[in-house]
Design a protein around this ligand. Structure first.
Ligand code: NDP
Ligand SMILES: N[C@@H](CC=O)C(=O)O
Ligand code: NA
Length: 439
């Protein structure tokens, strides 16, 4: 057996991900040392409650509630606590003590990324975060390294396992939103507060990270437009399938030319959308994630796999751990985050996409013409209309239902169209408005 120098690894957090990192690190220690060229000695695991039950179990002698004592003696600090504080303070302490840091904490990176990257650059440390987006899927490293020579133009991704699990269960088995969420939580996919998942906050954090990395700029979290899935109903999911679509919550990041000026801006948004059943994203089931990247020279690339879960996410953390250890062996400063492009953030109102609008209307001659005129008056072109008329037997049903799919239009023209529809006498209700992606 080769004798390696040992690197001291401190782990902050021994929950769903942390406990699996410990398990893999202790089980595969020798193999990892051979790959890294250095031994990875786990010096301790900081938790809140030393007596809590953990799966897989963590040897008791490794557990401590004193995170700071672990940090000061570590070469590499792995932050798997989640949340903003004390995670931010601990990560800064680790960086300032000269340690490299690995984190899976997208909330921390999307909120305090620039401060942390700056601190790392100052001392020549490196911050690794492959697990923060797409769980086990290699996506950070491909963007940072493999695509560093290209220009990424668009990212379209399913980046939250919990919400994909819920929408998929509602579609495939007719499960309720509540049951599916409870199961996703039991399986360890959901955040400590699942509002972060179902409200689209987790996906927005990942969109901010992806857009910043892909477009070499800084996209603050509050610049990401966000809608969650809490308003999506069983009947919308059923109606979508009947019409040849599936509903997915997507993170969409785009580099867009501003009004033909040759200048570019960035847009990042998260919202539920209809995806045609034939689209590859429609086939992403369970807690899996998929990220499509379009780049000028590379064309379209797709990254697919487990987006959440303890062992899966631990795989990405351990990959970072081996990279960090190799860097220690080689020496030299870390690579600074590339944010030089400094692109303006474009408002949601200027975003272009297609829409599906469901309306109930009175059943009288000329209604279709009135509706078509309302669309064209607001600069929105209609691609397809389907109409269902009440069969006359059930008075509780609306007189007629129209489902309209538009061509590409701006968010602002769509919003004024919907306002005009709602105010018109022939429309009895605007039942739903969903964006359509992937056509
Ligand atoms: N779960 C997943 O599938 C994925 C999670 N992530 C990210 O990984 C990180 C960890 O997630 P996960 O493992 O699910 O979270 P858990 O809630 O399961 O685990 C958090 C761990 O951190 C410890 N902890 C929390 N606060 C403190 C504190 N103040 N001091 C000391 N220890 C503390 C907890 O201690 P105790 O056990 O005693 O309560 C627990 O061991 C998060 O940033 C999450 O967003 C990323 C990708 C996937
Ligand atoms: N809660 C997140 C965990 C991974 O980032 C998810 O469901 O995707
Ligand atoms: Na990843």
């Amino acid at each position: 057996m080769i004798e390696y120098r040992n690197l001291r690894v401190a782990l902050l957090g021994g929950g769903t991900v942390g406990a699996n990192v410990v398990d893999l690190l202790l089980t595969h220690g020798e193999e990892l040392a051979n790959r890294a060229g250095a031994g990875l000695e786990l010096v301790g695991v900081a938790v809140r409650d030393i007596d809590a039950e953990r799966t897989p179990a963590i040897p008791k002698h490794l557990l401590t509630t004193d995170a700071e004592a672990l940090i000061v003696n570590a070469d590499i600090v792995v932050e798997l606590m989640g949340g903003l504080e004390p995670a931010r303070t601990y990560v800064l302490q680790a960086i300032n003590s000269g340690a490299d840091v690995i984190t899976a904490n997208k909330a921390l990176l999307a909120t305090h990324g620039p401060e942390l990257f700056e601190a790392a650059e100052q001392v020549g440390a490196q911050l690794y975060y492959e697990a923060a987006v797409g769980g086990a899927i290699p996506i950070i490293r491909p963007l940072r390294e493999s695509l560093a020579g290209d220009r990424v133009t668009r990212i379209l991704g399913i980046v939250n396992g919990t919400t994909n699990y819920i929408l998929d269960a509602m579609d495939a088995t007719g499960d309720t939103f509540e049951n599916a969420l409870a199961e996703a939580t039991r399986l360890g996919y959901a955040e400590a507060d699942p509002t972060a998942d179902v409200g689209g906050y987790d996906a927005a954090q990942k969109a901010a990270i992806l857009a910043s990395l892909a477009f070499h700029t800084t996209v603050p979290l509050d610049a990401v437009y966000r809608e969650g899935i809490t308003e999506i109903t069983d009947s919308q999911v059923k109606a979508a399938r009947k019409a040849g679509y599936v509903i997915k919550i997507l993170a969409i990041c785009e580099r867009i030319e501003i009004d033909g000026t040759g200048e570019y801006g960035v847009s990042a948004r998260v919202h539920p959308a209809l995806i045609p059943l034939a689209h590859p994203l429609a086939a992403v089931h369970g807690a899996n994630n998929a990220v499509f990247i379009e780049a000028e020279a590379a064309g379209s690339l797709m990254f697919y796999g487990a987006g959440a879960g303890g062992p899966e996410t631990a795989s990405a953390v351990l990959g970072d751990l081996v990279s960090a250890a190799r860097r220690h062996v080689i020496g030299g400063p870390g690579v600074a985050e590339s944010t030089h492009a400094n692109l303006p953030i474009l408002p949601m109102a200027s975003v272009l996409t297609r829409y599906q609008i469901e309306l109930t209307v009175v059943d009288q001659p000329g209604v279709l013409a009135t509706i078509a005129t309302l669309f064209s008056d607001h600069g929105v072109s209609v691609e397809a209309v389907s109409q269902t008329v009440r069969d006359g037997k059930d008075d509780t049903q609306p007189a007629a239902t129209l489902v309209i799919v538009t061509h590409v239009a701006t968010e602002s023209s769509l919003a004024t169209t919907v306002e005009a529809l709602a105010a018109n006498d022939v429309v009895t209700a605007v039942v739903s408005v969903l964006r359509v992606e992937g056509l």
